[in-house]
Design a binder for this molecule. Structure first.
Ligand code: OKP
Ligand code: ZN
Length: 335
Protein backbone atom coordinates (compact mmCIF):
# COMPACT_ATOMS: atom_id res chain seq x y z
CA UNK A 1 0.00 0.00 0.00
CA UNK A 2 1.33 3.40 -0.97
CA UNK A 3 1.58 5.53 2.17
CA UNK A 4 2.03 9.29 1.89
CA UNK A 5 3.42 11.28 4.81
CA UNK A 6 5.32 14.51 5.39
CA UNK A 7 7.64 14.68 8.42
CA UNK A 8 6.46 18.25 9.15
CA UNK A 9 3.21 16.69 10.42
CA UNK A 10 5.08 15.77 13.58
CA UNK A 11 5.77 19.41 14.55
CA UNK A 12 2.31 20.03 16.02
CA UNK A 13 1.86 19.51 19.70
CA UNK A 14 -1.08 21.20 21.33
CA UNK A 15 -0.26 20.81 25.00
CA UNK A 16 -3.66 20.45 26.61
CA UNK A 17 -7.37 20.13 26.01
CA UNK A 18 -10.41 20.47 28.23
CA UNK A 19 -11.34 16.95 29.24
CA UNK A 20 -13.93 16.11 31.87
CA UNK A 21 -13.81 19.66 33.16
CA UNK A 22 -10.06 20.16 33.49
CA UNK A 23 -7.08 20.85 31.27
CA UNK A 24 -5.48 17.49 30.55
CA UNK A 25 -2.62 16.37 28.26
CA UNK A 26 -3.89 16.40 24.68
CA UNK A 27 -5.02 13.03 23.29
CA UNK A 28 -3.91 13.82 19.71
CA UNK A 29 -0.26 13.11 20.50
CA UNK A 30 2.80 13.30 18.27
CA UNK A 31 3.78 9.73 19.05
CA UNK A 32 0.69 8.51 17.16
CA UNK A 33 2.85 9.18 14.12
CA UNK A 34 5.79 7.15 15.43
CA UNK A 35 3.64 4.10 16.08
CA UNK A 36 2.04 4.36 12.63
CA UNK A 37 5.37 4.73 10.85
CA UNK A 38 6.83 1.74 12.68
CA UNK A 39 3.93 -0.45 11.53
CA UNK A 40 3.60 0.85 7.96
CA UNK A 41 7.19 1.00 6.76
CA UNK A 42 8.21 3.15 3.81
CA UNK A 43 6.40 6.37 3.06
CA UNK A 44 6.48 8.88 0.20
CA UNK A 45 6.46 12.65 0.81
CA UNK A 46 3.72 14.61 -0.97
CA UNK A 47 4.50 17.35 -3.46
CA UNK A 48 3.19 20.79 -2.59
CA UNK A 49 -0.18 21.36 -4.32
CA UNK A 50 -0.21 24.89 -2.87
CA UNK A 51 -3.08 26.71 -1.21
CA UNK A 52 -5.54 26.61 -4.11
CA UNK A 53 -7.15 23.21 -3.37
CA UNK A 54 -7.43 24.20 0.30
CA UNK A 55 -9.05 27.52 -0.57
CA UNK A 56 -11.76 25.75 -2.58
CA UNK A 57 -13.00 24.14 0.64
CA UNK A 58 -12.08 26.65 3.37
CA UNK A 59 -13.00 30.29 3.92
CA UNK A 60 -10.19 32.86 3.37
CA UNK A 61 -10.83 34.70 6.65
CA UNK A 62 -10.68 31.39 8.51
CA UNK A 63 -7.40 30.42 6.84
CA UNK A 64 -5.92 33.82 7.71
CA UNK A 65 -6.92 33.33 11.33
CA UNK A 66 -5.51 29.80 11.48
CA UNK A 67 -2.20 31.07 10.14
CA UNK A 68 -1.88 34.01 12.56
CA UNK A 69 -3.86 33.03 15.67
CA UNK A 70 -0.95 31.71 17.71
CA UNK A 71 1.28 34.73 17.05
CA UNK A 72 -1.60 37.14 17.77
CA UNK A 73 -2.41 35.28 20.97
CA UNK A 74 1.20 35.48 22.14
CA UNK A 75 1.30 39.11 20.98
CA UNK A 76 -1.43 39.83 23.53
CA UNK A 77 0.89 38.40 26.17
CA UNK A 78 -0.89 35.07 26.63
CA UNK A 79 1.10 32.00 27.54
CA UNK A 80 0.43 28.61 25.98
CA UNK A 81 -1.64 27.73 22.95
CA UNK A 82 -4.43 29.87 21.49
CA UNK A 83 -7.78 28.45 22.49
CA UNK A 84 -11.30 29.79 22.30
CA UNK A 85 -13.35 30.22 25.44
CA UNK A 86 -16.20 32.52 24.35
CA UNK A 87 -18.57 31.63 21.51
CA UNK A 88 -21.26 33.63 19.77
CA UNK A 89 -24.58 32.48 21.15
CA UNK A 90 -26.76 30.76 18.60
CA UNK A 91 -28.72 33.39 16.64
CA UNK A 92 -26.56 36.29 17.89
CA UNK A 93 -26.56 38.91 15.13
CA UNK A 94 -23.36 39.23 13.07
CA UNK A 95 -21.06 41.88 14.54
CA UNK A 96 -17.57 43.05 13.56
CA UNK A 97 -15.02 40.96 15.46
CA UNK A 98 -11.38 42.04 15.86
CA UNK A 99 -10.18 40.66 19.18
CA UNK A 100 -8.23 37.38 18.85
CA UNK A 101 -10.14 35.85 21.79
CA UNK A 102 -13.43 36.52 20.01
CA UNK A 103 -12.14 35.44 16.58
CA UNK A 104 -11.16 32.09 18.04
CA UNK A 105 -14.71 31.67 19.31
CA UNK A 106 -16.15 32.74 15.96
CA UNK A 107 -14.14 30.11 14.08
CA UNK A 108 -14.28 27.12 16.43
CA UNK A 109 -16.75 24.68 17.87
CA UNK A 110 -15.04 23.70 21.14
CA UNK A 111 -12.14 24.09 23.57
CA UNK A 112 -10.38 20.82 22.70
CA UNK A 113 -8.60 22.17 19.62
CA UNK A 114 -5.82 24.64 20.52
CA UNK A 115 -3.84 26.50 17.90
CA UNK A 116 -0.19 25.84 18.73
CA UNK A 117 2.89 27.52 17.26
CA UNK A 118 3.21 25.17 14.28
CA UNK A 119 -0.47 24.32 13.79
CA UNK A 120 -0.84 26.10 10.46
CA UNK A 121 2.25 24.46 8.96
CA UNK A 122 1.32 21.04 10.26
CA UNK A 123 -2.32 21.23 9.17
CA UNK A 124 -1.13 22.50 5.77
CA UNK A 125 1.12 19.47 5.29
CA UNK A 126 -1.56 17.13 6.56
CA UNK A 127 -3.83 18.45 3.79
CA UNK A 128 -0.98 18.13 1.27
CA UNK A 129 -0.55 14.52 2.37
CA UNK A 130 -4.21 13.82 1.50
CA UNK A 131 -3.75 15.50 -1.90
CA UNK A 132 -0.47 13.65 -2.46
CA UNK A 133 -2.09 10.29 -1.75
CA UNK A 134 -4.96 11.14 -4.09
CA UNK A 135 -2.63 11.95 -6.99
CA UNK A 136 -1.71 8.35 -8.02
CA UNK A 137 -5.42 7.42 -7.93
CA UNK A 138 -6.31 10.29 -10.27
CA UNK A 139 -3.47 9.29 -12.58
CA UNK A 140 -4.50 5.62 -12.52
CA UNK A 141 -1.11 4.58 -11.04
CA UNK A 142 -2.69 2.99 -7.95
CA UNK A 143 -6.05 1.55 -6.84
CA UNK A 144 -5.66 2.37 -3.15
CA UNK A 145 -3.47 4.71 -1.16
CA UNK A 146 -3.11 5.80 2.43
CA UNK A 147 -2.76 9.41 3.55
CA UNK A 148 -1.06 9.35 6.96
CA UNK A 149 -2.66 12.62 8.01
CA UNK A 150 -2.04 14.31 11.31
CA UNK A 151 -3.77 16.35 12.61
CA UNK A 152 -7.09 14.78 11.57
CA UNK A 153 -9.65 16.76 9.59
CA UNK A 154 -13.23 15.51 9.64
CA UNK A 155 -14.54 17.87 12.34
CA UNK A 156 -13.22 20.99 10.56
CA UNK A 157 -15.79 22.92 8.53
CA UNK A 158 -15.53 25.59 5.88
CA UNK A 159 -14.76 28.29 8.44
CA UNK A 160 -14.18 26.53 11.74
CA UNK A 161 -11.81 24.26 13.61
CA UNK A 162 -12.87 21.72 16.19
CA UNK A 163 -12.44 18.16 17.45
CA UNK A 164 -8.61 18.22 17.04
CA UNK A 165 -9.14 19.23 13.35
CA UNK A 166 -8.08 22.39 11.50
CA UNK A 167 -8.22 21.66 7.77
CA UNK A 168 -10.58 19.01 6.44
CA UNK A 169 -8.11 16.71 4.68
CA UNK A 170 -10.75 14.26 3.40
CA UNK A 171 -13.00 17.05 2.10
CA UNK A 172 -10.06 18.80 0.40
CA UNK A 173 -9.10 15.56 -1.37
CA UNK A 174 -12.73 14.73 -2.25
CA UNK A 175 -13.26 18.21 -3.68
CA UNK A 176 -10.02 17.99 -5.65
CA UNK A 177 -11.08 14.63 -7.12
CA UNK A 178 -14.50 16.06 -7.92
CA UNK A 179 -12.87 19.04 -9.67
CA UNK A 180 -10.84 16.53 -11.71
CA UNK A 181 -14.13 15.09 -12.98
CA UNK A 182 -14.67 12.19 -10.61
CA UNK A 183 -17.91 11.20 -8.92
CA UNK A 184 -16.93 10.93 -5.26
CA UNK A 185 -18.33 9.27 -2.17
CA UNK A 186 -16.92 9.73 1.32
CA UNK A 187 -17.26 6.99 3.92
CA UNK A 188 -16.43 8.07 7.48
CA UNK A 189 -15.68 5.18 9.84
CA UNK A 190 -14.06 7.15 12.65
CA UNK A 191 -15.76 6.62 16.05
CA UNK A 192 -16.96 10.24 15.97
CA UNK A 193 -19.36 11.78 13.48
CA UNK A 194 -17.58 13.67 10.71
CA UNK A 195 -19.57 16.84 11.20
CA UNK A 196 -17.20 19.11 9.30
CA UNK A 197 -17.24 16.92 6.21
CA UNK A 198 -21.01 16.57 6.39
CA UNK A 199 -21.40 20.33 6.71
CA UNK A 200 -19.12 21.07 3.73
CA UNK A 201 -21.12 18.83 1.37
CA UNK A 202 -24.56 19.04 3.01
CA UNK A 203 -26.32 20.97 0.26
CA UNK A 204 -24.58 19.13 -2.58
CA UNK A 205 -25.92 16.16 -4.47
CA UNK A 206 -22.68 15.47 -6.35
CA UNK A 207 -20.64 14.20 -3.36
CA UNK A 208 -22.14 11.44 -1.21
CA UNK A 209 -21.32 11.35 2.50
CA UNK A 210 -21.95 8.34 4.76
CA UNK A 211 -20.83 8.11 8.38
CA UNK A 212 -20.97 5.35 11.00
CA UNK A 213 -20.41 6.68 14.47
CA UNK A 214 -21.26 6.73 18.15
CA UNK A 215 -24.61 8.22 19.03
CA UNK A 216 -24.22 12.01 19.32
CA UNK A 217 -26.70 11.82 22.20
CA UNK A 218 -23.82 10.37 24.23
CA UNK A 219 -20.68 11.31 22.33
CA UNK A 220 -18.76 14.19 20.74
CA UNK A 221 -19.60 16.12 18.55
CA UNK A 222 -23.04 16.06 20.25
CA UNK A 223 -24.76 18.57 17.96
CA UNK A 224 -24.41 16.69 14.67
CA UNK A 225 -24.76 13.20 13.28
CA UNK A 226 -28.34 12.18 14.03
CA UNK A 227 -29.98 9.78 11.57
CA UNK A 228 -32.53 12.36 10.38
CA UNK A 229 -29.70 14.54 8.99
CA UNK A 230 -29.85 13.51 5.33
CA UNK A 231 -28.75 16.59 3.39
CA UNK A 232 -30.59 19.67 2.16
CA UNK A 233 -31.71 21.19 -1.17
CA UNK A 234 -29.77 19.47 -4.01
CA UNK A 235 -27.99 17.47 -1.31
CA UNK A 236 -31.17 15.90 0.10
CA UNK A 237 -30.50 12.17 0.32
CA UNK A 238 -26.74 12.50 -0.28
CA UNK A 239 -25.91 12.34 3.46
CA UNK A 240 -26.35 9.13 5.45
CA UNK A 241 -25.82 8.91 9.22
CA UNK A 242 -25.80 5.53 10.93
CA UNK A 243 -25.67 5.74 14.70
CA UNK A 244 -24.32 2.90 16.85
CA UNK A 245 -24.51 2.40 20.62
CA UNK A 246 -21.54 2.37 22.96
CA UNK A 247 -20.14 -1.12 23.25
CA UNK A 248 -20.51 -1.78 19.51
CA UNK A 249 -18.23 -4.56 18.24
CA UNK A 250 -17.88 -6.12 14.80
CA UNK A 251 -21.18 -8.10 15.04
CA UNK A 252 -23.14 -4.84 15.35
CA UNK A 253 -20.83 -2.78 13.18
CA UNK A 254 -20.83 -5.10 10.16
CA UNK A 255 -24.53 -4.81 9.16
CA UNK A 256 -24.40 -1.02 9.56
CA UNK A 257 -21.29 -0.92 7.37
CA UNK A 258 -23.08 -3.08 4.78
CA UNK A 259 -25.96 -0.59 4.79
CA UNK A 260 -23.57 2.34 4.16
CA UNK A 261 -21.76 0.41 1.42
CA UNK A 262 -25.08 -0.41 -0.29
CA UNK A 263 -26.03 3.26 -0.26
CA UNK A 264 -22.65 4.19 -1.72
CA UNK A 265 -22.99 1.53 -4.44
CA UNK A 266 -26.44 2.91 -5.34
CA UNK A 267 -24.99 6.42 -5.61
CA UNK A 268 -22.52 4.97 -8.10
CA UNK A 269 -19.28 6.91 -7.53
CA UNK A 270 -16.05 6.15 -9.35
CA UNK A 271 -13.81 7.15 -6.43
CA UNK A 272 -14.07 6.58 -2.68
CA UNK A 273 -12.53 8.60 0.12
CA UNK A 274 -12.49 6.81 3.49
CA UNK A 275 -12.09 8.85 6.65
CA UNK A 276 -10.55 6.13 8.79
CA UNK A 277 -10.33 6.44 12.56
CA UNK A 278 -8.95 3.62 14.68
CA UNK A 279 -10.77 5.03 17.71
CA UNK A 280 -13.46 2.35 17.27
CA UNK A 281 -10.87 0.06 18.95
CA UNK A 282 -11.88 -1.42 22.32
CA UNK A 283 -8.77 0.02 23.97
CA UNK A 284 -9.28 3.61 22.85
CA UNK A 285 -8.93 5.98 25.82
CA UNK A 286 -11.54 8.53 24.64
CA UNK A 287 -14.09 6.34 22.84
CA UNK A 288 -16.59 3.57 23.64
CA UNK A 289 -16.76 0.91 20.90
CA UNK A 290 -15.36 -2.62 21.24
CA UNK A 291 -13.66 -3.41 17.95
CA UNK A 292 -10.77 -5.89 18.14
CA UNK A 293 -7.50 -5.67 16.23
CA UNK A 294 -8.61 -8.73 14.20
CA UNK A 295 -11.73 -6.84 13.02
CA UNK A 296 -9.85 -4.18 11.05
CA UNK A 297 -8.77 -6.43 8.14
CA UNK A 298 -12.44 -7.48 7.87
CA UNK A 299 -13.57 -3.88 7.82
CA UNK A 300 -11.02 -3.04 5.13
CA UNK A 301 -12.00 -6.07 3.03
CA UNK A 302 -15.73 -5.20 3.13
CA UNK A 303 -14.97 -1.67 1.91
CA UNK A 304 -12.51 -2.95 -0.70
CA UNK A 305 -15.28 -5.19 -2.08
CA UNK A 306 -16.93 -2.05 -3.49
CA UNK A 307 -14.18 -2.29 -6.09
CA UNK A 308 -13.55 1.46 -6.21
CA UNK A 309 -10.27 3.36 -6.36
CA UNK A 310 -9.95 4.29 -2.70
CA UNK A 311 -8.11 6.98 -0.79
CA UNK A 312 -7.85 6.18 2.92
CA UNK A 313 -7.36 9.29 5.04
CA UNK A 314 -6.21 8.97 8.66
CA UNK A 315 -8.52 10.57 11.22
CA UNK A 316 -8.58 9.58 14.94
CA UNK A 317 -7.25 6.69 17.02
CA UNK A 318 -5.71 7.34 20.43
CA UNK A 319 -4.72 3.93 21.78
CA UNK A 320 -1.21 4.73 20.63
CA UNK A 321 0.46 1.36 21.30
CA UNK A 322 -2.09 -0.49 19.11
CA UNK A 323 -2.58 2.21 16.49
CA UNK A 324 -0.10 1.03 13.87
CA UNK A 325 -1.24 -2.56 14.05
CA UNK A 326 -4.92 -1.59 13.73
CA UNK A 327 -4.29 0.72 10.79
CA UNK A 328 -1.99 -1.76 9.03
CA UNK A 329 -4.68 -4.41 9.54
CA UNK A 330 -7.35 -2.20 8.00
CA UNK A 331 -5.15 -1.45 4.99
CA UNK A 332 -4.30 -5.16 4.57
CA UNK A 333 -8.00 -5.75 3.88
CA UNK A 334 -7.52 -3.96 0.54
CA UNK A 335 -5.19 -6.77 -0.56
C1 OKP B 1 -11.44 13.67 17.09
B1 OKP B 1 -11.53 12.58 16.02
C2 OKP B 1 -14.74 12.76 25.34
C3 OKP B 1 -14.35 14.11 24.79
C4 OKP B 1 -14.08 14.04 23.32
C5 OKP B 1 -13.07 15.36 21.51
C6 OKP B 1 -12.87 14.20 20.61
C7 OKP B 1 -12.36 14.58 19.26
C8 OKP B 1 -12.16 13.39 18.37
N1 OKP B 1 -15.01 12.83 26.77
N2 OKP B 1 -13.19 15.06 22.90
O1 OKP B 1 -12.82 12.35 15.53
O2 OKP B 1 -10.98 11.31 16.44
ZN1 ZN C 1 -12.65 10.16 16.29
Amino acid sequence: MLTVYDSRQRLHYPAQEFFNGALEPHAERQDRIDNLLAALGDTVAPRDHGRAPIEVVHDPAYLALLKTAHARWRGEGRPGDAIGYAWPVVRRRPVAIERIDALLGLHSTDAVTPVAEKTWEVAYWSAQTALGALEPLLEGRARTSFALCRPPGHHAGRDYLGGYCYLNNAAIAAQHASDAGHSVAILDVDYHHGNGTQDIFYARGDVFFASLHADPATDFPYFWGRPDESGEREGEGATLNLVLPRGTGWATYRPALACALDAIARFGPNLLVVSFGADTFAGDPIAGFAMATADYPRMGAEIAALGLPTLVVMEGGYAVAALGENVAGFLSGFG
